[in-house]
Design a binder for this molecule. Structure first.
Ligand SMILES: Cc1cc2nc3c(=O)[nH]c(=O)nc-3n(C[C@H](O)[C@H](O)[C@H](O)COP(=O)(O)OP(=O)(O)OC[C@H]3O[C@@H](n4cnc5c(N)ncnc54)[C@H](O)[C@@H]3O)c2cc1C
Length: 414
């Protein structure tokens, strides 16, 4: 028997074992390990603070989404020994492998910022990247009666880098609905020089922040949280009544402890195939990998498309024929029942246009629409019923330029 061991049964791990089980012959024994029994639909965490979803809307039992003939082992992973080709769990279990896929994601680490886990944690200092955090923030927002709301991301990369922006847009809408927007200042504090990493999207999203009266505090490198203020390394101080932060995101600790990670415990891999730069039988896919593209569920999905084609060829000694292009496709909730859609890859930044049918849509790229918002809501059904079950999706794996156009920049438009 050949043994494939997949670490992490989140978006990437679950999709991958469903797809590979159908592709690999019966002499492949597949095991997947996760630390708990509950699969979390993370895009839904954005809606919980605003009372649009509850915790029950975003969790499902992991086993329900895994093939019957794939073994699920529940336990926290402690160490990978690449010499012996073994993985040790915290409870002492040892699992051996012929090929290993690390799909343990990336996770918020508030402990990495001095003062963040002080006595105001989950009182006036909140996160929404965990289920517990988003539920507690819902109560805090209900109690919030105006003042200064600071929305912050400490450092990049984080998973879903547009989620903090979406939170700011939804907070603007939510506080208007409650009639307290005029006595609330919303500040978006980001280490970036603008609203997003890529220029065209940064310009359009920046305009939207301005229209909504959200103040952008750019180039803000968070150093600490002190006495009701977020303080940057260059000693700028942002006092807050409520802080909603996205802490530093880091890969699982065992990755670093096993000598497999970079400084943030993400796994260095070939950006087109996900094969480890150092080991010919270790792979990493999804947020756990150090790919130079947004960490997102859509990236995990397109990456699995490529991996599923390449892996059976690689183990048969054939050249890998598919190359991942860094494709990412993300809805950006903008409040008032509207959203944008962004579609990009390693080479091409998000551009305006229509998706998936050129000129028709129905989704609009980099433009707010109600259809985009419905698309974002419908995605939860698609996630559970299509994506993680590894069913074929009518979306091209590679990004295409069809339907996109490059707008005149502000400079050339004058
Ligand atoms: C608020 C929010 C909104 C988002 N919105 C979107 C969106 O709109 N669109 C989009 O495409 N993406 C979105 N994302 C990102 C998306 O959810 C992730 O990119 C995606 O889940 C990555 O999949 P993954 O399998 O790599 O990691 P995960 O899904 O996080 O899975 C990792 C798994 O590894 C397990 N694990 C970790 N460490 C260990 C250990 N030591 N031992 C055992 N098991 C371990 C975890 O329990 C988990 O099940 C959002 C994320 C957040 C937080």
């Amino acid at each position: 028997m050949n043994k494939l061991l997949v670490l992490g049964a989140g978006t990437a791990g679950t999709t991958l074992v469903n797809r590979l089980r159908r592709r690999l012959s019966d002499d492949w024994y597949i095991t997947v390990v996760d630390q708990d029994e509950t699969h979390l639909y993370q895009p839904g965490l954005l809606f919980i603070p605003f009372g649009l979803y509850t915790a029950a809307d975003v969790v499902e039992p992991r086993r329900r989404y895994l093939p019957r003939d794939v073994d699920l082992v529940i336990g926290a992973i402690e160490h990978v020994d690449t010499e012996r080709q073994e993985v040790r769990l915290v409870d002492g279990t040892v699992l051996d492998y012929d090929h290993l896929v690390i799909a343990t994601g990336t996770h918020p680490r508030p402990d990495q910022t001095p003062g963040m886990l002080g006595d105001q944690w989950r009182q006036t200092v909140h996160d929404f990247y965990t289920l517990e955090g988003s539920v507690i923030l819902h109560d805090a927002l209900k109690r919030f009666d105006g003042g200064r709301l600071v929305v912050n991301m400490v450092e990049l990369p984080i998973k879903c880098p547009v989620a903090p922006l979406e939170f700011a847009f939804l907070a603007d809408w939510h506080l208007r609905e409650r009639g307290i927007r005029d006595r609330t200042e919303i500040v978006f504090a980001t280490p970036l020089s603008g609203a997003f990493t890529k220029p065209v999207a940064a310009s359009l999203l920046g305009d939207l922040l301005e229209q909504k009266g959200i103040v952008v505090e750019s180039d803000f490198y968070t150093g600490s949280v002190e006495d009701g203020a977020l303080v940057s390394y260059d000693e700028r101080r942002l006092d807050f009544d409520l802080l909603v932060t996205v802490p530093i995101n880091m890969g699982a600790s065992f990755v670093g402890a096993s000598g497999l990670g970079d400084e943030l415990d993400h796994v260095p891999v070939d950006r087109h195939t996900f094969l480890s730069n150092d080991h010919g039988n270790v792979w990493s896919i999804g947020d756990a990998a150090d790919l130079p593209v947004s960490k997102a569920g859509s990236v995990a999905h397109f990456a699995v498309d490529v991996f599923t084609e390449n892996f059976p060829r690689y183990v048969a000694g054939l050249p890998m024929e598919e190359a991942f292009d860094g494709h990412a496709l993300c809805f950006v909730e903008s409040g008032d029942g509207r959203a944008m859609l962004i579609d990009f890859n390693y080479e091409t930044e998000p551009l305006p246009g229509k998706y998936p049918m050129p000129g028709v849509g129905p989704f609009s790229l980099l433009e707010e629409s109600r259809v985009n918002h419905w698309g974002k809501l419908a995605f939860k059904w698609v996630y559970w019923n299509g994506l993680v079950k590894g069913r074929p999706m009518p979306l091209p794996t590679e990004m295409t330029m069809a339907g996109k156009h490059r707008p005149a920049t502000k400079e050339t438009a004058v």
